[in-house]
Write a protein that binds this ligand. Structure first.
Ligand code: NAD
Length: 393
């Protein structure tokens, strides 16, 4: 099978290296930056492939072709994977659209919110024949060791939430992707469910807000702990954000009781199940984070300035998780008629830190709304029309 992977970062190195170890796959890589594509080509040629290492194993896979021309690598691909940060999804979809075969399958590793609405708008009539699938997160925690040559997998998730548009094709696409890519998937109903169930949208912006909402600019001697730095007030912020998402879920189910939103779970349930055996003290939401061995020692993204270390508000915890996830959920809340005062506080603070305007006068009508995945951006003004587009595309 011909697979084209779009992207040139950590996720692309890992998927290109792993998937091309299968002799039945011909793996191409599309990178829109020619300089980056050149570095990949040189790296692969010197190393004779991409080495993928874990703590106890090392494999090497050699992609067939790397190019910065979509025309050279996309045609004939049965599977096209976007292994990219969310801010690059739309431009890459625009670039590959003319070269996608009618019967191709397009998937996104780490979909974030409302990917289906965004991709269907871009693919337009091509979306009628091309099913889309999205993974809730990347199956691996991975980092490039040497560009174009080697990548390290720090951990592999036991299962990854998985959604398909149209949802009616979920079983078929799930079997195909599992068989071809050997990723353990957990179908979770729909992209709507995947959007609301994302916990990164609560934890990443919520913790940044909790830790730095009163920060006045003094540098830090060292990077503060991210998860272990959560105090009672920050835990309450996370709890309230989670409660608001549960209210959105309840409002949707009230109107559409047939929908499966089972995977939209309260944050405490999610973390206690996802990290079973890793948490020493399960007496409170704060302790789920603070005593979670998987989170031990992880610090806030910081930037070095002349005055010293300061929190890096340009890091993805705000620049990716807010516009492409939390704002999408906030948009769904607006359509469902649910007030989200805590989420609004977090968005208001975040948008100021990253120099954007999403919320204006408590509505998603800010000047940068077109850089988000809020359903309003794609013209949806009622919950009914959005649900219809998501479930009966
Ligand atoms: P990355 O930062 O390594 O990806 C950067 C690459 O994306 C660049 O090298 C370039 O090839 C491409 N890119 C960036 N901007 C672009 C643009 N404007 N146009 C075209 N291409 C562009 O990211 P990653 O670590 O591979 O992560 C991919 C996604 O997976 C992200 O959403 C990330 O949050 C998520 N994720 C990553 C990990 C991980 O361990 N790496 C874990 C969980 C989730």
């Amino acid at each position: 099978m011909r697979i084209t992977i779009c992207g040139g970062g950590n996720a692309a190195h890992t998927s290109a290296g792993l998937f091309s170890t299968n002799p039945e796959h011909q793996v191409n890589v599309y990178i829109s930056f020619p300089e980056e594509a050149g570095k990949w080509q040189r790296g692969i040629s010197e190393n004779e492939g991409i080495t993928v290492s874990t703590t106890n194993q090392e494999t090497k896979g050699k992609p067939n072709k790397v190019s910065s021309s979509a025309e050279e690598v996309v045609p004939g691909s049965q599977l096209v994977l976007l292994a990219l940060p969310a801010f690059a999804h739309e431009s890459i979809l625009e670039e590959i659209k003319p070269w996608l075969d009618e019967d191709a399958l397009v998937g996104v590793l780490a979909a974030r919110g409302c990917f289906d609405l965004s991709a269907r708008e871009i693919l337009d009539e091509k979306a009628n024949t091309i099913p889309l699938f999205g993974l809730q997160t990347l199956p691996w925690a991975c980092r490039i060791v040497e560009f174009g040559k080697a990548v390290n997998i720090l951990g592999t998730k036991a299962k990854v939430g998985f959604a398909v548009c149209p949802p009616q094709k979920t079983d078929q696409v799930c079997s195909f992707v599992t068989e071809q890519l050997h990723i353990k998937l957990e179908p979770i109903g729909s992209f709507l469910c995947l959007t609301l169930a994302g916990t990164g949208q609560i934890i990443h912006p919520g913790v940044m807000y909790g830790l730095f909402r009163n920060w006045e600019g003094s540098p830090f001697p060292e990077a503060p702990l991210f998860y272990q730095g959560i105090d009672d007030d920050t835990a309450l912020i996370l709890q309230r954000m989670s409660d608001e998402i549960q209210s959105i879920k309840a409002a949707i189910l009230n109107q559409f009781p047939e929908l499966d939103l089972e995977a939209v779970r309260p944050l405490g349930d999610w973390i206690s199940q996802s990290y079973a055996g890793q948490i020493e003290d399960t007496s409170s939401l704060r302790n789920y984070f603070v005593t979670n061995r998987s989170y031990k020692g992880l610090t806030v993204p910081m930037q070095k300035t002349e005055q010293g270390l300061k929190p890096d508000f340009r890091a993805r915890y705000l620049t990716e998780d807010v516009p492409y996830a939390l704002v999408a959920t906030r948009g769904i809340a607006e359509l469902a008629g649910i007030a989200t005062p805590m989420i609004d506080q977090v968005i208001n603070w975040s948008q100021e830190k990253i120099g954007k305007e999403y919320l204006l006068d408590s509505k998603l009508q800010g000047s940068d709304i077109n850089e988000t995945r809020a359903p309003q951006r794609f013209g949806f003004e009622t919950l009914e029309t959005m649900i219809e587009a998501m479930f009966c595309p």
